[in-house]
Design a protein around this ligand. Structure first.
Ligand code: TNX
Length: 531
């Protein structure tokens, strides 16, 4: 057997067969789970997934023989690193050790992969008394602590079940941050009790323009939806059980037309008739941005107060991207605000918004993260930067001592098409192939080691203008998210030296897991007929 046959994705740091020729360990009716302190959530997860797929009872047990032994071994933390784990399957037992609870959970993910693709089903497909895992030792730990995916639930609403399913898929790839893009010009998706119109009005649009810019086509269908606070609490708890942090994004001061449609006083009413605005029904960036007033700040403080109540994450994303300045240039009220604050130009006015919320979040024990446009006009003191327009913003921020999450659109924008050719379903032009994503390197070589220490990790972004349902989302996300997971988890060599052929061989196994999970990924041969 070679490690290609086990097809582990992402690849573990160290993998060895023990001892050579020793063979297989068996899971059967007698197999129990010996769950040590701090391992309960992983034991629950194993029963819910491997238990359901195999039909084995996996009861509690406290021995070693034919037991799956789950332990947290803090002594191993130094050796393994945060979120690290060790697996020993040697003919005498099955031992999963985590440096911490998260590490143990990732060990369980690797373990399920080794049981074979049928272990990813929700019920057994054939009467089978025994399940086998190969005898191996594995030692593994992630390269980065921030291994994320952005899900844009604003452009197309992803119903709660879809988000929970997506969390399971992230966990299966050892990704640990879900960045939920909750608000945009085209929709507001989070219930705010104090401002009910945000969802009564802001969560709905009557129709959507298909395609980009010049497209004459409309779908003529209403679209919308939002999450109640309990929905979001459920999502946060479901994620936490899987060692995933949900980072909420409330986008401001641009990308705010849905909010302005609900509460016209938030917009620049001295230059546009904001009362006549609806939720934006075309893609692209709206010129309708927030007015720089005290009332706007107070409104968003109230919104964020409710958001913080639901999301315990240390980081809170406030957007800051693509804020057209034309209305501020034209607005006497905005100019008066700039004069009063001593701001030289509109970029500084944008920065004024961000700095305000940087201080506001810091006072509540949170940290602000925003898109790289927040560098323009002066970076707020505690802000971390999500670098999306290439690496430049991230490099500048890291050099200035700020933390960075890399998500350059040239490599990890999964709304971009996966291949050239007329049959690809996505009208966004740029091609980002599986191999492009596999060769993604979060740390640009121009950074010194100290600066590189500010790169918390990376995330792949799924903007959903062209993903109106789960099938399309699956198709754009997979298999590229698997390549991304390897780029942020595994200790890979520099991009040009990466063994993409080996990755593809392991993917041959991984596709069967995705089949078992019911993921509508893009097959290696090209688009599916439904596109
Ligand atoms: C740019 S990335 C955006 C999004 C779009 C995306 C489409 C970023 C901060 N802004 O609003 O959905 O491009 O690829």
């Amino acid at each position: 057997m070679s490690d290609t046959e086990t097809g582990l994705v992402p690849a573990p740091r160290r993998f060895a067969w023990v001892p050579p020729g020793k063979g297989l360990e068996v899971l059967d009716e007698e197999t129990a789970i010996n769950a040590g302190p701090g391992t309960e959530s992983t034991a629950r997860w194993l029963r819910a997934t491997v238990g359901a797929a195999t039909g084995l009872p996996l009861p509690d047990g406290d021995g070693h023989h034919n037991h799956l032994v789950l332990r947290i071994d803090p002594r191993a933390a130094g050796e393994l690193g945060p979120e690290g784990y060790r697996i020993v399957i040697d003919g005498y037992g099955l031992f999963l050790d985590g440096a911490d609870p998260a590490g143990l959970f990732w060990a369980a993910q690797t373990f399920r992969q080794m049981l074979g693709p049928d272990a990813f089903r929700r019920a057994p497909v054939a009467a089978r008394d025994e399940w086998h895992v190969p005898c191996v030792t594995i030692q593994d730990a992630p390269r980065f602590g921030w291994r994320g995916a952005l899900l844009d639930v604003a452009r197309h609403f992803v119903p709660k079940d879809g988000v929970l399913r997506f969390l399971d898929l992230l966990a299966a790839h050892k990704l640990n941050v879900l960045h939920l893009h909750l608000t945009d010009d085209q929709g507001w998706r989070v219930e705010i009790e104090r401002y009910p119109r945000l969802t009564e009005v802001g969560a709905w649009r009557s129709r959507t323009k298909l395609g980009h810019r010049a497209s004459p086509l409309w779908d003529e269908r209403p679209h919308g939806g939002y999450y109640t606070k309990d929905d979001l609490r459920e999502i946060v708890a479901y994620a936490a059980e899987r060692h995933i942090t949900v980072v909420p994004e409330i986008d401001l001061p641009g990308h705010s037309q849905a909010a302005i449609a609900a509460y016209p006083e938030l917009g620049n009413a001295d230059v546009v008739d904001t009362a006549a605005l609806g939720v934006r029904d075309t893609w692209g960036v709206s010129p309708n941005v927030l007015a720089p007033t005290d009332a706007t700040l107070a409104f968003y403080e109230n919104v964020l107060t409710e958001v913080l109540d639901v999301f315990p994450s240390r980081f809170v994303h406030i957007g800051g991207d693509e804020c057209p300045k034309d209305q501020w240039k034209a607005s006497p009220a905005a100019r008066a605000r700039m004069a009063a604050e001593g701001l030289a130009d509109e970029k500084e006015l944008q920065s004024w918004f961000i700095r305000h919320f940087d201080r506001w979040l810091a006072a509540r024990g949170r940290r602000l993260i925003g898109w790289d446009e927040i560098l323009e006009g002066g970076l707020a003191e505690g802000a971390a930067v999500a670098s999306w327009r290439g690496y430049a913003g991230g490099v500048a921020a890291a050099r200035a001592g700020h933390d960075v999450v890399m998500c350059p659109e040239q490599q990890v924008y999964l709304d971009h098409r996966q291949a050239p050719g007329p049959d690809e379903p996505v009208p966004i032009g740029w091609v980002r192939t599986l191999e492009d994503v596999y060769r993604f390197e979060p740390v640009p070589s121009e950074l010194t080691p100290e600066e590189a220490g500010h790169v918390l990790g990376a995330q792949a972004n799924l903007w959903t203008e062209v993903m109106e349902d789960q099938q399309r989302l699956d198709y754009q996300a997979f298999p590229r998210l698997a390549a991304f997971a390897e780029a942020v988890w595994s200790a890979l060599p520099p991009p040009a030296e990466r063994d993409f052929a080996h990755f593809e061989q392991r993917m041959a196994v991984h596709y069967r897991r995705l089949d078992a999970l019911g993921v509508a990924y893009r097959p290696p041969g090209g688009p599916l007929p439904w596109q």
